[in-house]
Design a binder for this molecule. Sequence first.
Ligand code: ADE
Ligand code: ZN
Length: 333
Amino acid sequence: MTAIPDVPKAELHVHLEGTARPELIHRLAQRNGVPIPDGLFADAETFHWTDFLHFLGTYDLAASVIRTAQDYRDVVYEYLVQCAAEGTTYVELISSPDHARNVGLSEQEHRDGIFQGIDDARAATGIEGRVLVSIVRNFGVEAAERVAAEAAAMPHPYVVGFNMAGDEAGFPAGDFTRAFAIAHDAGLGCTCHAGEHAGPESVRAALALPGVVRLSHGVRAVEDPALVAELAERGTVLEVCPTSNVALGVYPSYAAHPFPALLEAGVALTLASDDPPYFGATIGEEYQVAREHFGLDDAALRQITATAYDAAFADSATRDRLAKGLHTRPSGL
Ligand code: ADE
Ligand code: ZN
């Protein structure tokens, strides 16, 4: 493997609980005096999962150990500092109020921890972080609308967007139209998981949701050339996670991944790591994958970052400041 590319990096798609490495989960369980849930780990350093739905269950088990505002602060801080060390300047963290609620945390406590992690990581490294509020398809419509309404009632400069994760194949996007309308009306930028474990119809359903201008994954749009043309025409930005897609069996190999075809078709693409310790690649390593397997040189990788800065849901002053640094050598490397 060659070194991590020496360009500034930005990440628009990473699940906050999914950033916590096994070592951190062990540490938090010990601090909170809670046992490690049965079935969480294959061994001390590896989460145990076999397919996508099993992965979602394992994710929920790991999240159940993250219990306090201090825990959320530590998860965010440790992740952002690791990202900064790879030359990453900006990260949008997908937060899940349902997971915090499941461990008895109020949304204010949950947010206080996340915001402290962002502030501390910025002070330590200069990295910028923002928050996307996420609903989870398989937690149901009622929970989704409650989370959206709560987000709308709690505006904050760090909370800039709205996403939907979970079981794409089992829970159609259209059921969540009202949740997205609430979030969009509240001024949150909207993105949605689609085109990962279901095909073009699911991507079309996500595009029909109020406010959706980005897609988390979206890669299976490639199965329908008219849809690919529509994505290019609309300027919809895809948050592509190549290693996640290979690890979860969406594609059998990097060689089979549609990233180059989508780029060639004029679709706006960014790179992201999704749930890095589960799938085995950091954001820096995803840039390396794009160089090695998709043939992107440094100029093309900088363009990926430029697309991410442009599509970020942060305020325009922050995006402009980030864009000014695009051609500098990132600190951290
Ligand atoms: N939650 C965490 N990671 C996810 C993914 N890759 N797809 C859908 N939901 C998720
Ligand atoms: Zn995801």
